[in-house]
Design a binder for this molecule. Structure first.
Ligand SMILES: O=c1ccn([C@@H]2O[C@H](COP(=O)(O)O)[C@@H](O)[C@H]2O)c(=O)[nH]1
Length: 281
């Protein structure tokens, strides 16, 4: 089959070559201040550039959190555009953390913004919310297939409040989170070496053995570092699915800036801890 190489295949290769770590680009106001930067667009640009310079050439994935750019309006979004382009040019895959979700016709426009090659914010993958119904994501699934990009669908989020929705039991006896994972298994069926339709599942969640995490796609796992999970928790949380896990660390790395070498060393330490934990399974 011709067309662009699917995201899942590109991600598997990047994970094999660079390890699975994803570093988040989350320019919190407090971090800008700690780095000695102003809480303005110039500070935002310096922060983002520094993170890209430090780690984009060595980690598999970078995940900019769009909220921290949008708070500066159009000039912040312009910084995000440059950040995405520079990160991709340095060899990292970019997962845009925008958590988009809406009725299907609007979802198509969100998908165009991030998954259409040539769009200013074109990224390798996008986080999306299935809580308007999984089917509302269909336009994004279709465009991702066409453009060789991917989705990470919120399934079991890292925050303690998520359980009231995601662990809720449906009339068929399955939880809402398990239902999302079931949809993803269908999207990824037959895709080798890894599907392009991933789940977001928090590394903070403890024992998930009641869930079938083997849905053929990657698992983006935030929660390591500032939210209290550690690399050593990964095997217990994800079991055999750990080989498909992309652990995200944002503040745990970013707090070591603005020194480029210190940032790089922090990312390398997390990468090594993850490698040790995952190879022990
Ligand atoms: O369930 C979720 C989904 C997304 N996130 C995002 O990941 C990072 C985590 O940042 P840390 O500083 O490492 O805590 C952040 O961008 C969240 O919006 C999440 O934490 N949990």
């Amino acid at each position: 089959m011709s067309g662009p190489e699917p995201f899942g295949a590109r991600l598997r290769r990047a994970m094999d070559e660079r390890g699975p770590l994803c570093v988040g680009i989350d320019p919190h106001a407090s971090l800008l201040t700690e780095w000695g930067l102003n809480d303005d667009v110039t500070g935002l640009e310096r922060f983002s550039r520094t993170v890209v310079e430090a780690v984009a050439g060595r980690v598999a994935v970078l995940k900019p959190q769009i909220a921290f750019f949008e708070r500066f309006g159009s000039r912040g979004v312009a910084v995000l555009e440059k950040t995405v382009q520079e990160a991709r040019a340095a060899g990292a895959l970019v997962v845009m953390d925008a958590k988009r979700g809406d009725i299907g016709s609007t979802m198509a426009a969100y998908a165009e913004s991030f998954l259409h090659e040539g769009a200013p914010l074109f990224s390798d993958a996008l986080t999306v919310s299935p809580y308007l119904g999984y089917g509302s994501l269909s336009p994004a699934v279709a465009l991702a297939r066409e453009s060789g990009t991917g989705l990470f669908v919120l399934a079991l989020t890292s925050n303690p409040e998520g359980g009231e929705v995601q662990h809720a039991v449906r009339p068929d006896g399955r939880t809402v989170g398990a239902t999302v994972l079931g949809h993803l298994a269908l999207e990824n069926a037959g895709e080798e070496p890894l599907g392009s339709f991933g789940a977001v599942i928090g590394a903070t969640l403890g024992d998930l053995s009641s869930y079938d995490l083997d849905m053929g796609g990657p698992i983006l796992a935030p929660g390591i570092g500032a939210q209290g999970a550690t690399a050593a928790d990964l095997p217990a949380v994800f079991g055999r699915a750990v080989r498909n896990v992309v652990p995200n660390v944002s503040r745990g790395v970013l707090r070591h800036g603005p020194d480029v070498v210190a940032l790089r060393d922090a990312a390398d330490r997390f990468a090594e801890e993850i490698r040790t934990a995952v190879t022990a399974v």
